[in-house]
Design a protein around this ligand. Structure first.
Ligand SMILES: Cc1cc2nc3c(=O)[nH]c(=O)nc-3n(C[C@H](O)[C@H](O)[C@H](O)COP(=O)(O)OP(=O)(O)OC[C@H]3O[C@@H](n4cnc5c(N)ncnc54)[C@H](O)[C@@H]3O)c2cc1C
Length: 425
């Protein structure tokens, strides 16, 4: 199914003649150095993958997109720059996905819910009762064990036939007759991916940016946060909120901006630990700052805050979303709950970069104005978008077309088959 080819020994030898000549100079040296040079050759191997669907970013949305594409029969590769699946849900430590319910019933289900539910059950936890309408929307966020969730996610990828490439990220993309060619880099790995469809789930629409499709960004973005536990032991999956500090100016755009956010967050945390004067120990710290906002795509349509707060059911709606309007600023956040009965929806066209073909996104980069995005960016909605994007990409591949041209009824049927809730007009 997946083709693997090496760029060839000869090419490698051209780059390593000096080492080989030295190795040949004495038998002892050759014996010592030969295995090392073989290892080096493997290390620099050019891998070529030919797949149907390439998902970039194995976070909240991307994990679900890849599983859906794989389950739909598409040969799927998932490229993730980090060491595990789950993104903000796991590496960021925001292990309380919401909201799967609204006004006393479940409005988002499918593969994201399957993963969340199984990780709670395997962990011996309890699920919220969705038949009850809580006083505050976020009460029904589901507390998951951030250490267990990625293990189950990997298992589901494997079962769906999804190949995972960690520690890699795209460096160049070109259009080909059949779709795309993407060059990915990682340490010791060079990978060329030939694919028909790309699903960009990088959070900040990085593939869309590489391809020069338009993206939107505010002059001042919402702060990121670094999550930690100072003084009180942390029970993953039991306690929903661990402590956090805002990282103002946190920006997920590049390795430089992410480095800066991590350094700043950790410096502030160190000051907090010092201020505790040994009375409270630092017991837990997430490895990365998590990011609320960077780029959003300019899609074939844009979800406005009026669409969001009125619960507009788009004619091409592929999933529901639910959360208060939730914009964090320098002075904090005052969530604005939705009016009773309101359930916003996400249209397929908000996942498609304007003017693109064979490209779709899912997650917080969904085409939306800033206020609508502050509600749409939450995890259950990102997971639902991921499932929809994975289905649309797989169906586009099967029909030799682009996601925007896949009949909506086929996307809906595929989503329902895999347990998702599809909005009805
Ligand atoms: C502090 C904080 C608190 C929040 N609170 C809540 C809450 O209470 N409830 C809730 O539901 N939501 C909450 N959210 C929002 C929610 O967690 C995120 O908006 C959502 O998880 C984003 O999902 P995503 O898939 O778009 O991005 P992510 O989950 O961030 O996934 C993006 C993935 O792409 C990878 N990636 C990025 N660039 C590349 C690249 N170039 N190549 C390969 N891989 C790449 C990343 O490593 C990551 O794994 C919160 C967010 C933050 C930051």
């Amino acid at each position: 199914m997946k083709e693997k080819s090496t760029i060839g020994r000869r090419e490698f030898i051209q780059y390593s003649t000096a080492g080989i000549a030295f190795a040949a100079s004495t038998k002892a040296a050759a014996e010592t150095l030969a295995p090392a040079s073989q290892e080096k050759e493997e290390c620099n191997e050019m891998i070529t993958n030919e797949v149907d669907v390439l998902v970039v970013g194995g976070g909240t949305a991307g994990t679900i997109a890849a599983i859906q594409a794989g389950r739909s029969g598409a040969r799927t590769l998932l490229v993730e720059r980090g060491p595990q699946l789950g993104g903000t849900t796991t590496t960021g430590g925001v292990a309380f996905p919401g909201l799967f319910d609204a006004w006393g019933k479940q409005v988002i289900a499918g593969i994201g819910w399957e993963l969340v539910k199984e990780s709670v059950e395997l962990d011996g936890g309890t699920l919220p009762d969705f038949s009850k309408v809580p006083k505050h929307h976020p009460t029904n966020q589901v507390k998951v064990n951030q250490f267990l969730y990625p293990l189950l996610a990997e298992e589901k990828c494997e079962q769906a036939g999804v190949e995972i490439a960690y520690y890699e990220f795209p460096q160049a993309i070109t259009r080909t007759e059949k779709g795309w060619q993407m060059e990915c880099g990682g340490f010791g790995t060079r990978r060329r991916v030939l694919c028909r469809q790309i699903v960009d789930c990088t959070g900040g629409a990085e593939v869309v940016g590489l391809l020069d499709f338009p993206r939107l960004r505010e002059d001042e973005t919402q702060p990121g946060s670094i999550l930690f536990r100072l003084g009180k032991p942390y029970q993953p999956g039991r306690e929903g909120v661990i402590q956090s500090i805002y990282v103002h100016g946190a920006d997920s755009t590049s390795s430089r901006t992410v480095t800066a956010a991590n350094l700043k967050g950790r410096k502030d945390l160190l000051a907090k630990v010092r201020a505790a004067e040994g009375k409270a120990r630092l017991l837990h710290r997430q490895p990365e700052t998590s990011f609320r906002e960077s780029y959003r795509i300019q899609g074939e349509t844009m979800i406005t805050v009026d669409d969001y707060t009125s619960g507009r059911v788009f004619e091409d709606a592929v999933c529901n979303a639910f959360y208060p309007v939730d914009l964090h600023t320098k002075s904090g956040v005052r969530p604005k709950p939705l009016k009773p009965g309101t359930v916003p929806t996400v249209p397929l066209r908000a996942l498609i970069p304007k003017g693109s073909r064979n490209l779709i996104v899912a997650g917080r980069c969904v085409s939306s104005d800033r206020l609508a995005n502050s509600g749409l960016r939450v995890q259950a909605s990102c997971m639902a978008m991921g499932q929809a994007a994975g289905a649309a990409a797989a169906l586009a591949e099967a029909g030799a077309t682009t996601p925007l041209s896949v009949p909506l009824k086929d996307i809906h049927a595929m989503l329902r088959k895999h347990g998702a809730i599809v909005p009805s007009a």
